[in-house]
Structure formats: C-alpha cells, structure tokens
Design a binder for this molecule. Sequence first.
Ligand code: BGC
Length: 389
Amino acid sequence: MNTPFQLRSAVPLAGLLLLAACSNNAATNSGNNAAGTNQAQDAAAKTSTFTAAKGCKNIAVMLPESDSSARYEAYDRPLLEQEIKRALPGATIQYANANNNADTQQNQADAALTKGACIMVVDPNDSDKASVIVQKAKASNVPVIAYDRLIQDPDIAYYVSFDNVRVGQLQGQYILDQFQKGNYELKPGAKLVMINGSQTDNNALQFREGAMNALQPAVSDKRLNLVFDQYTPNWDNGRAQSLMEGILTQQRNDVDVAYVANDGMANTVIAALRSQKLNGKVLVTGQDATLTGIQNILIGDQAMTIYKPIVKEAQVTAQLVAALSNGTDPGSVVNGKTALKGGGEVPSALVTPIAVDKTNVASTVIADGFLTKDQVCSGLPTGAGGVCN
Ligand code: BGC
C-alpha cells in the first residue's frame, strides 16, 4: 500500500519548492526582501564556518515528541529520512525522538555527536533550552538546522519551517470570517476561548500572535468576548480536554468559539463538547490536517485545520543538508531571515501553510496525497462533508 508521503513525494522536487511569500511581520520574520546576493554570501559563510559538515554523510535527525500530534512519526520522520537520503546519496541517519523531554533531547544530541554526527537537524522540544545543543555542536564545527520550531540561538545554520505567524493568522481570520457571516449563530458578544500550544515552543507563540493579529480588533470592540486564553504545557491533549471541561462548567456551557492551536488538542476539546452535546455548535479550529482532524471536519465537529505540506518542509531541509555537505550555495531555498528574541537573525526557509475546511479538503489534503480519500472516509457516513460517497 502506498503511504501518503510516498504518493506525495513522487511529484518532482522543483514543482514543490513553492516557498512562503514574504512575511511583512517585522516582529517575527524580517529581511525577507534582502538581496539574494546577501543570502548567497551568508550561505557561503555557513559552509566555511561549519567545517565538519564538508563531505558529511552522518546526519542526526532529532524530533521533539510524538504525543501531541500525529505528524512526527507519521510524516516528519519518514519524510526527512527519505528526502535526506535522496538529496545526499550515501547519507545515513541517526534518528532520535525526545519524548517531550528537553534533557532527553540534550542527551540524544550528545550521543549523536559522539557517534560522529556532522550535520544535525533538530526540532527542539524547548526552543530556549536547545541552545545548548547548538553550542555543543558548534564546538565540534557541526551545523544545526532548526527544523519546524526555532531554536533561540544565533549560531544555528538555518531555520526551516512554515510561516507560523501566518498559520495563526489563517486560524484567527477564519473565526472572524465565520463571525462576519453569522455562521455558528455567532452574534456580537460571542464568547471566545483560546487554548494555545506550549509556551516553550516558539511556534506556539507565533500561532497566538498571528491569531491575535486577526482577532484583536474584534476583541477590543467587544464583538468577541475573550473569556479564556492560556498556553498548554507540552501541547498536552488530555490537559486541553480538562481545560475545556472547566471552561464549560465555569461558563455554564455558554461558549461560542474555541480557538484551539492544533488538531490533537481540538480532538479532546471536541470530546469535552460532545459530552455536553455542544459538538458542531461551537466553532473549533485546529492545525496539522491530521486524519482525525480532517474526519472531525467532515462530520461537522471541527470547523477548520491548517494543512502544512510537510513533504516540502522535509525537502527543503534535505536540500540544505546536501548544500552544507557539498559546500554549495543552497540558493533560493533560503527565502528570508527570522529574528531571534535576543537580537540577530537567522537565514530561513519558510513554506506556505494552507487553511482547510470541508470546502477544500478534496482539492488540498486529498489532491496532494497527504491523506487519501479512503483514509479520510473510512468509518464516516456516506456523504460526510460532501467528500465521501
Ligand atoms: C508544530 C505543530 C504541532 C505542534 C505540537 C508545533 O511546533 O508546528 O505542527 O501541532 O508543535 O506538536
């Protein structure tokens, strides 16, 4: 059987490198308009700084966890392994998953260096703490590519991700559009709750920032009544459910919109809503276009998700790994710079996220082979979401 990532990656690489349009958000991504020559110079500097990378075939791939989203083991791991081996023939991969523990991740990084890793791809469990990993790698002249989540360290070689402020903006704008259309019986004063991701994940901060860019005006003039706004440590899905249960009790079931940062937490928030027969009545957002998320959309319990074509993220990462190893300029793969909170910027490759609801599941997630129609329709009633027949 073809797995979704195999189907997707059959599409030629060149056609996939549709990188993010320039972000105008100065707080997060800046310098996207910088001249290509500067980026080429930066790239050349990288390859001469990280001398251990030259000719390197021993690549460490380190992911943060597997509990909060289905993406890591289902997509990121196999895609990174496949794409790195394709871009850099002869490459071997040392894979490690930190299981939601920053100390574990640090130990895994030490172990990888001891075993000769000479280029590291690290999706940090904690965006600040992972700086130690970058510094230890640097001491061995080994470059670290921050993958998906930013590492707050000026010495990372590259940052590869989606435009994460844009992710939040798409989620927030979706809520606003539904409000303006009067869908979900939304009226002025509608109660909004925000269940955000983990505060130690820089992405979670950017998702909330983007969402607030869209929602703040409506919150300020009381069209939306923001009654709850919290981060969820470790993106813990069970914790999101208890938060929602508590909110429903406190608000006497009077909640209209649940901004939920990803599909894993959205699914448990929906479980809390189901037990009060409020599923489908409350607008719930998500992210990751997981199988469960898409099925929740098709049965009407979740309004939307964000589809992030992880295959592109993995391919861009693989290109950067190959460029570092070959000592070549990665060229237009690097399409911007990302500001660090302590000052400075890192060269970045940001891919464009896509908002998905039942109207475009077929033309995005299914058309791309990210999920197959058989997968999403399995167990759903005929006609679900206008997609399953
Ligand atoms: C990722 C999301 C994921 C979340 C929880 C974020 O850093 O970008 O795709 O849902 O972590 O794992």
